[in-house]
Design a protein. Structure first.
Length: 210
């Protein structure tokens, strides 16, 4: 996803609707347009005009240190990663050598480590987005244009579209998107056709508020 945003191919994302918003849709019968209104504050991904920051895998120099008196769920010693300087690298300029986790025989040596996206602090973020639109729809209602905005249309062979009408073309694009969706969310996630938040965005410079 990150690379698609950096390349300008992805300007939209979908997330499954949960919680109160889902209750409004399925139990209370509110129309999707009303559920998506900013005044209702139901979308956990913000409203038009809000800013988002994107976590991604990154590389940092540091070492591992024991956490005194703290054990893991299995009773082993707890360790934490300690950065040794502020230099950050990303997938497009990663160091030639790095460790993917704690080295059991040599945890205290300061070297480059690959860090998972969930560990990225906001200070290390290089990718900021501005929300331009929020709406709600069923997952399988995705349009041809929205598949392109999701960054999932680049693998569609134009020859496969020859002779198809608009409906047929949409089905081809939707199939390509469904493959991407199920690879992330599981085999049945497409067939269940859930309500999703459709979040449109554009890249922006780091906001002053960050």
């Amino acid at each position: 996803m990150v690379q698609a945003i950096l390349n300008g191919r992805k300007t939209q994302t979908r997330r499954v609707v949960k919680g109160t918003a889902l209750e409004w849709l399925d139990r209370d019968g509110f129309v999707k347009e009303y559920v998506a209104l900013p005044k209702n504050e139901l979308c956990p991904y913000g409203n038009p005009g809000d800013f988002l920051w994107v976590r991604e895998e990154f590389y940092q120099i540091g070492h591992w240190k024991e956490v005194p008196g703290v054990k893991t769920k299995t009773g082993k010693m707890k360790w934490k990663f300690v950065p040794d300087n502020g230099e950050i690298r990303y997938s497009d300029n990663r160091p030639e050598t790095f460790r993917k986790g704690r080295h059991h025989k040599d945890p205290s040596t300061s070297v480059w480590h690959k860090r998972l996206a969930r560990f990225m602090p906001r200070s290390a973020c290089r990718l900021f987005l501005k929300v331009t639109n929020i709406r709600v729809e069923r997952l399988q209602d995705i349009s041809t244009e929205d598949v392109r905005k999701e960054g999932a249309g680049q693998n569609v062979r134009q020859m496969s579209l020859y002779g198809l009408d608009a409906k047929g073309i949409r089905e081809v694009y939707a199939t390509h998107f469904s493959i991407l969706w199920t690879s992330i969310n599981g085999e049945e996630s497409w067939n269940s056709n859930p309500w999703v938040w459709v979040v449109s965005f554009e890249r922006t410079d780091k906001p002053e508020s960050f």
